[in-house]
Design a protein around this ligand. Structure first.
Ligand code: 5AD
Ligand code: SF4
Length: 464
């Protein structure tokens, strides 16, 4: 029910998938106030930037975007209109008042744990003069306040099951911006998953900053780990595919590995960030895994699911990283063989231990290492994509392609897949899970041809 004339809301989301989930929930929370989403920032009555603080560039991008929006807001006000401008997410949490100092035209600043109070903030904004700042870590969980009417567009959806991080890797701001580890109760997760399935989601990605730390309580007060949760979710009618991210290797337990072996709905693809292949650097990063542990874990996962594709995050140029340490990273990459991976230059974040470490690595060395690592990872990604040619695999065709009659979707390995179909068939297959034969591979995507009629509900195992 709306209590006001329709208004337009534009949300720009930066950073990780947890921010994407949070932005969707913000839209849910504002819908009862009459806000409908728009893609056009210049047409919006409210603009929210849901920000990321993980690397310096991410934060600076926010300030330059704010400057651009300030001009739009000014023009709108000059025409007799108005625009509420809000900064949400991790930059808001980390910088608080500093956002208002650097961008005084901002009306609301709120963190990832307080956005459920958005309707209240908007009401106060209308009542009181001055900007609203809310960057608490409240006692009550935002999840208890989220709308039961969560919407889903298309056939894939995110579901946050865990939040926060207690691991304090020495480079990372997340434990400061997202707070302590928290797991949503099992029943709350199952209820949200059922709602998502009813509104058309066939693939659900479970989200958590450290999703392996999930230990939610079920109705009887028993703790359930991520492996147990995945088994329960796989039983829900209509859910054909499950994924989870982001993993912390030291907390991948046997029950989760067993879920990879036993649950066909769990996709054979895992993002398992290692950060570095050097024990010395991993120790300085305060990661709780060494190189040998990580390689052993990869082996155990592949024993459980031989067709598993792996992805990772890497940081190059961590303080004190020597040429030999970097070589260890390249060696680890060659040993594992990744389907895909992300790599970053170390970016000192104020307040984190690594920012104060001596032996910061010069920028030109970081550049050279990043290039060498990315060349290797790109070659591995290309080889992995090429290894898919000739194979048949289930593809969830979740969106129209660029051309008429073309559909696009995701393989089990998260590769983008395009397929050209006769007009009527494209219409009929949109949103469906279909077995397709991969006929060509590029660096970033695959092309497929229709092989068989639409697959049944259960995805099939793909032979390694
Ligand atoms: N500098 C560079 N990369 C970082 N990441 C996190 N913090 C930093 C930093 N200070 C990377 C890590 C993490 C990913 C989400 O971002 O690789 O896994
Ligand atoms: Fe950051 Fe992940 Fe380390 Fe937590 S486990 S501190 S989120 S890098």
């Amino acid at each position: 029910m709306t209590d006001a004339a329709p208004k337009k809301l534009h949300i720009k989301t930066y950073g990780c998938q947890m921010n994407v989930y949070d932005s969707e929930r913000m839209a849910d929370l504002l819908a009862p106030l009459g806000y409908a989403l728009t893609d056009r920032v210049d047409d919006a009555d409210m603009v929210l930037l849901n920000t990321c603080h993980i690397r310096e560039k991410a934060a600076e991008k926010v300030y330059s975007e704010l400057g651009r929006i300030a001009r739009l807001k000014h023009a709108r006000t000059a025409r007799g209109g108005s625009m509420i401008l809000g900064v949400a997410g991790c930059v808001a949490q980390a910088e608080g008042e500093e956002v208002l100092r650097r961008a005084p035209y901002v009306d609301m600043v709120f963190g990832p744990q307080t956005y459920h109070r958005l309707p209240e903030m908007v009401a106060r904004l209308h009542r009181e003069k001055g900007a609203q700042l809310d960057t608490d870590f409240p006692e009550d969980s935002k999840f208890d306040h989220l709308s039961a009417a969560a919407r889903v567009e298309g056939s894939t959806a995110f579901l946050t099951v865990q939040e926060g991080c207690d691991k304090f890797c020495t480079f990372c701001v997340v434990p400061y911006t997202r707070g302590a580890e928290f797991s949503r109760p099992v029943d709350q997760v199952l209820a949200e998953a059922r709602r998502l399935a009813r509104s058309g989601a066939r693939e659900i990605t479970l989200l958590g900053q450290n999703v392996n730390a999930y230990h939610g309580r079920d109705a009887d007060g028993r703790e359930t780990g991520l492996g147990g949760l995945i088994r329960r979710l796989a039983e829900i009618d209509g859910i054909d595919r499950l994924r989870y991210t982001t993993s912390y290797p030291a907390e991948v337990d046997d029950a989760l590995i067993a879920a990879h072996r036993d649950v066909p709905e769990l996709m054979p693809y895992l993002h398992l960030p290692v950060q570095s292949g050097s024990d010395r650097v991993l120790k300085a990063m305060n990661r709780r895994h060494g190189r040998a542990f990580y390689l052993d874990l990869v082996g155990r996962l592949r024993d459980a699911r031989p067709d598993l594709g792996l992805s990772s995050d890497f940081i190059v140029g961590f303080p004190g990283e020597s040429d030999a340490d970097f070589e260890d990273t390249l060696r680890l990459v060659r040993e594992v063989g990744y389907a895909q991976a992300y790599s970053f230059k170390y970016s000192p974040r104020p307040g984190t231990p690594a920012a104060a470490m001596e032996c910061q690595v010069p920028e030109d060395v970081k550049d050279a290492r990043l290039k060498a690592l990315q060349d290797l990872l790109n070659a591995q990604q290309r080889a992995f994509n090429e290894s898919c040619v000739g194979r048949s695999m289930p593809v969830l065709l979740d969106r129209p392609g660029r051309r008429a009659g073309q559909l696009a979707g995701r393989s089990p390995y998260m590769q983008a897949v395009h397929v050209d179909l006769p007009g009527k068939q494209a219409e009929a297959w949109l949103g469906r899970l279909v077995d397709l034969t991969i006929v060509a591979a590029g660096g970033n995507s695959l092309r497929a041809a229709a092989a068989e009629p639409a697959a049944g509900r259960s995805p099939r195992r793909i032979p390694a």
